[in-house]
Ligand binder design. Sequence first.
Ligand code: GLU
Length: 286
Amino acid sequence: MTFTTRFAPSPTGPLHLGHAFSALLASDLADQHDGTFLLRIEDIDQSRARPAWEKQIYEDLAWLGLDWPRPVMRQSDRLPRYTAALKTLTDLGLTYACRCNRADIEAAAGAPQEGVPQFGPDGRIYPGTCRDRRIATPAPQDVIRLDMRAALAQLGPLSFGETSQDLGGRIRIDPEHLLTGVGDIILVRRNMGSSYHLSVVVDDADQGITDVVRGADLFETTQIHVVLQTLLSLPVPRYHHHRLIRDSAGKRLAKRDDARAIAKYRSEGARPADIRDLIGLSGILT
Ligand code: GLU
């Protein structure tokens, strides 16, 4: 299959150096493999997505020298696809509706216990209060969660191929970690019709993505995605988790570190090659 990768930003703020690293590396790898680099706009959260940010994403990426096929996939156009995937999971008996708010979850989680993680990739690990609320037709204000224990009971051993030099090889997923360190992840957010996890796996499959290039901070998230892909009978792409871009003090760049916005460097007269130098992507691929 032809190497196909993507860059999938959310139009909720400016692209910064970390985004530039992901996008340039994905595009470089696509070139290296005679493949395709796609852009996808992850605007499922319509309360935060703004057309002005989307416009700036196109401008910044074009300025960096990137090109991609049009039309661009936008998640806000794809709700029926996510609803269909949710139905598959519901038909498998793996979903439930959750009405807990943050305070309910904190109260139910109780006091921290030695050796038991409290937080996972999506924040506080859900204590399972609503797990028995299996309903066929959820209300818009419901959050829909995946019953991770029931899901794992339907699956065999899980693994994925990792192509980065640091981590490379076949990564086996530890089911125990999914239960205790990840838990019942959200498939549909309140009034949103989907979630990041559900949308991404459906989109990656529909776009024929063979290789996902993303930051090492999403390594645990990838394990969630492999669970969903397997439950939904979707292909599991290869993954390339790249190093994270840090500032000169060694601190990881925050998502909303506007001081590192590409647009700011542009306005100060930087050239695209300067951005590649700044993030260490001028020569050998990482
Ligand atoms: N929208 C996500 C982000 O910007 C996409 C990352 C991914 O799925 O690889 O973090």
